[in-house]
Every structure is written in structure tokens, then in C-alpha cells.
Design a binder for this molecule. Structure first.
Ligand code: NFE
Ligand code: MG
Length: 506
């Protein structure tokens, strides 16, 4: 039987430079390769710097999830300095991180993924009076009739495929695509109330946040939050569920490696006595165990690095080697106990579902599964990733109301600390795309070693030294590809992970 090699490089509507190659035999993917195509070197340039530079420099790894990098950097320092934020600092950090999750999840569904399913051409027969939709209609009509070979982004050109047939679903999501642009701005403004500014937050520091808590800021945050919650409840979550209903096959496709990892995030007390809003855990073969960070290692056998393979991040190295034989990606291959792990909203929701304790994530997931008539096994799929992302977006936005209510105007938002000449710290949190860790070592008062293991490093990792493909590579295998010239099914699988290659290679 003949095999066709399909290369999608670069894959668009993601962040960063990702090349995907799939081998298609008898209409299905039989092998897949995911390649990060650039080197950035943040871990190298952090060496020798002041430890307090870490949260500012690491935020420049990415424009989508800078807050998570800033937070991981200050958590690593809190660990090294034994600094503990006061209540205002803890709640303030949660609110900044929540705002970042909301903007990231909205942009991922509407701007990055929805057009894999929604038919932009449907707007040409729109007969209503919405000015924004009519403007879009005029633009798409002009693009389609102009006969140019490459019509302007972001909607066209596109792969041909089985786009949604319901004109109501198409028009509703297109309208919300346009609304989501304003909602994303609003989420950034909301986070900036306590971050100082966004997307890169100057106000994240060890020991808390620098922004003072005032009654006016609380009121401003609250009023923005209420608009965002209305959009998430009335548009985002229903749109995702409706899209999932329209594409039931994608509640089966793109299963993945079946092992899930979460570090947990959104602490509600210090020291963390109560569980975080997002619990930590490791889910393998249907069994959940407590996270043991020392079991994390990174393989480099197929990555362009000369570092020894299999090192734990605390002693990790970053030595680029662009001409390394057998390497095909600038992304390292993180593993937990040597196992391939998926991270992200799906991992967080499944871990919450498999824990005995009740939680908002578990409750909402159970409601969505009943609604869709599916089980937890079906969540491990393309649509399951979209649905779990929307669920956790609602959980986070709803919980902001509680965190805001715990802020006390006039009370301190950070407590002072001393930077030791020698020390080590680990900052583990959750970024919108999954488990994020920063490992810091200080010698002579300066950064001696800094290692980041990032969500897309887990999800888009290449093969490890034992030859096991990474999570995206595994999710692609088995995917039907009807037309190798229009591999829409493959990009749907990849985009469901919300990859960020800028982060993955850092
Ligand atoms: Ni650049 Fe990020 C998130 C982090 S992804 S977007 O979310 O950390 O790997
Ligand atoms: Mg790294």
C-alpha cells in the first residue's frame, strides 16, 4: 500500500514556528513528526543575571502567556528566598493569572481554531442587519470574487473540508469571533488593574505584587469581570458545546498518549493548606497519583542540543547543536518517570474528575459530559480539548469574584525578602496551555542555572531516547486524512492542543 508524506510547515493559526509531517497510508496517519524550528536561548541569557531579572526576562518568552512565566519565576524565587505573599498578594496574583487565562482561551477558540470548523463563506448569504457581520460579508465577498491567488489572511485561503452546515452556528460563531476581539482587550485591561500593565506584567515580584489594592481598583476589576463572565456564559461555552455537537467524530479523533500531568494552580491559602482551584496530579492508566516533581527529566536524543539526555531540570543544561544527527526539533522531550505526558486544560479537568474530592472543574465537566452524552474517555479528543478549555475558563472567571472579595484596600500586597548568595528554588504553576515549571539556582548572588519546562515542550515534544513519540505526534496517528492536499483533519488535531512554539523552544 502506498504512503504519502504530508508536510504542513509552518502550521498557521498557532503561536511560533511548528512544522508537522505525517505519513498517510490508506487514508489514515500512520506516523507523525512534530518539529520546533527555532532556537531562542532564554535559559542561556539568564545566566549571570540578577535573580530579580528573572520574572521580567522570562515574560519575554511569550506574548500570550507571559504572566505564567512571570509567576513561575516569582514562585521559584519565593521558594529560594522563603518569601510568602500576604493575602492581597496571593489574591492579586490569582486575578492577574486568571485574566491571562481568559484572554488566551478566548483567542484560542475564536481566532485560532474556530475557522477549522466554521464556514466563513456562510457570511456571504447573511441577510441580517448586524453592521460588523455586514462589513465581514462585504470583505469576504470581495476576496472570493477578486480571483487573487492568495486572498488576504486571516480567513482565506483555507483547506477545503467538511465545514459546519448550520447557518445559525456559522453566523453565531462568526459574530462572536468579532466580539471576542474586544473581550480579549477587556481581559488584558482587567488583568492590568493589578499587574500594572499587560501583556507583560511589571507588578509580579517575589513576596506578592507591587500594585496597591484600593476600593477603586476593586470596583474597576469587578465591572470588567462581569462583562467577561456574561460573554463566557452566553457565548464562549455554548459556542464550543454547539460546535462539538456539530462534529461528533471529533469527540473520538485525536486521542493522544492517555497520560496526563498537572502541577496545579490558583492557590487559595498560604502556605497551601487548602487545595488549589486547579489541583495537581498525575493520571496514568486511569489511576491518579500525587505529583513528584523530581521524577521529571528531559530527553534530548532527537532535539538539537548537545546536553546529556535524561537530566532533571534542576541540573539541566542548554547547549545548542544545530547539526546534530538524528535530531529533528529544537523542542526537548520532557518525560515523567520516563513516560510521555499531555498537559493543558484536558489534563487539568481529567485530573479534577478522577480525584475523589468535589471541585468546580469536576462539577462543570460532569454537566458538559451529560449535555453531550459522552464519558471522560471521550474528553481525550479534539473536541474534548476545546470543551475542557471552555469549562476551565468559566471556572476561573467565576472564581475571580471570590478572590476579588478577599482583597482588603490599604493592606500590603507584598512582604519584603532577602536574596541569599546561594540558593535554589522551583516554581510550578499552570499556564493556559498546561503545566509550567521554572528551576532556579543562585550562586554568588547571581543566577547560576535557569531551566524552564514549558507546556508546549511537553505537548509538542519530539520522540524521546526510547523512541516514544510526543503527545501531539501520538494524537495524530490514526487520524483520517481524506485528501493529502487538504489535511484539515490533521491541523484540527494539532490546534486542539493550542501549541505555542515560541514557549516550547524558549
Ligand atoms: Ni507561549 Fe505558554 C502557555 C507557557 S505554552 S503560550 O500557556 O508557559 O507552552
Ligand atoms: Mg527548557
Amino acid at each position: 500500500m502506498s504512503t504519502t508524506s504530508v508536510t504542513i510547515d509552518p502550521i498557521t493559526r498557532i503561536e511560533g514556528h511548528l512544522g508537522i509531517r505525517v505519513e498517510v497510508t490508506a487514508g489514515r496517519v500512520t506516523e507523525a513528526f512534530s518539529a520546533g524550528e527555532m532556537f531562542r536561548g532564554f535559559e542561556v541569557l539568564l545566566k549571570g543575571r540578577e535573580p530579580l531579572d528573572a520574572q521580567q526576562i522570562t515574560q519575554r518568552i511569550c506574548g500570550v502567556c507571559p504572566v505564567s512565566h512571570g509567576l513561575a519565576a516569582v514562585l521559584a524565587q519565593d521558594d529560594a528566598y522563603h518569601s510568602v505573599p500576604p493575602e492581597n498578594g496571593l489574591m492579586g496574583r490569582n486575578l492577574i493569572q486568571a485574566a491571562n487565562f481568559i484572554q488566551s482561551h478566548l483567542v484560542h477558540f475564536y481566532q485560532l481554531s474556530a475557522m477549522d470548523f466554521i464556514d466563513i463563506a456562510a457570511v456571504t448569504s447573511y441577510a441580517g442587519r448586524d453592521p460588523a457581520l455586514n462589513e465581514l460579508k462585504a470583505w469576504v465577498t470581495a476576496q472570493r470574487s477578486s480571483n487573487v491567488l492568495y486572498p488576504a489572511a486571516p480567513f482565506l485561503p483555507r483547506y477545503s473540508g467538511d465545514y459546519a452546515r448550520s447557518s445559525e452556528l456559522n453566523i453565531t460563531v462568526l459574530k462572536h469571533y468579532l466580539d471576542a476581539l474586544d473581550m480579549r482587550t477587556l481581559a488584558h485591561r482587567m488583568g492590568a488593574v493589578f499587574a500594572g500593565k499587560l501583556p507583560h506584567a511589571p507588578g509580579l515580584v517575589p513576596g506578592g505584587i507591587t500594585e496597591r489594592v484600593t476600593a477603586e481598583k476593586i470596583a474597576t476589576f469587578d465591572s470588567m469581570l462581569s462583562k467577561l463572565r456574561t460573554f463566557i456564559d452566553g457565548c464562549y461555552l455554548p459556542d464550543v458545546l454547539e460546535t462539538a455537537r456539530a462534529f461528533p467524530a471529533y469527540l473520538k479523533e485525536g486521542k493522544g498518549c492517555g497520560h496526563f500531568l498537572a502541577y496545579g494552580a490558583f492557590p487559595e491559602a498560604t502556605p497551601s493548606a487548602a487545595p488549589n482551584l486547579f489541583p495537581s496530579g498525575v493520571l496514568m492508566d486511569g489511576r491518579i497519583t500525587a505529583l513528584q516533581p523530581e521524577r521529571i527529566t528531559e530527553d534530548t536524543g532527537h532535539a538539537f542540543y548537545a546536553d546529556p539526555s535524561g537530566l532533571p531540570p534542576a541540573t539541566g543544561r542548554t547547549v545548542p547543536a544545530h547539526d546534530k544527527r538524528k535530531a529533528y526539533s529544537w523542542v526537548k522531550a520532557p518525560r515523567y518517570e520516563g513516560k510521555v505526558m499531555e498537559v493543558g486544560p484536558l489534563a487539568r479537568v481529567l485530573i479534577a474528575c478522577f480525584r475523589e474530592a468535589e471541585s468546580p472543574l469536576k462539577r462543570l465537566a460532569q454537566r458538559a459530559m451529560t449535555d453531550l452524552g459522552i464519558s471522560t474517555a471521550d474528553l481525550a479528543s479534539v473536541m474534548g480539548r476545546h470543551v475542557t478549555r471552555a469549562i476551565e475558563c468559566k471556572v476561573v472567571a467565576d472564581r475571580c469574584a471570590h478572590w476579588v472579595s478577599r482583597l482588603v484596600p490599604g493592606e500590603p500586597a507584598f512582604l519584603d525578602f532577602d536574596i541569599p548568595k546561594t540558593g535554589e528554588g522551583v516554581g510550578l504553576t499552570e499556564a493556559p496551555r498546561g503545566a509550567l515549571g521554572h528551576w532556579l539556582a543562585i550562586r554568588g548572588g547571581k543566577i547560576d542555572n535557569y531551566q524552564c519546562v514549558v507546556p508546549t515542550t511537553w505537548n509538542c515534544s519530539p520522540r524521546d531516547d526510547a523512541g516514544h513519540p510526543g503527545p501531539v505526534e501520538q494524537a495524530l496517528v490514526g487520524t483520517p486524512v481524506a485528501d493529502p492536499d487538504n489535511p484539515i483533519e490533521a491541523v484540527r488535531v494539532v490546534r486542539s492542543f493550542d501549541p505555542c512554539l515560541a514557549c516550547a523552544v524558549h
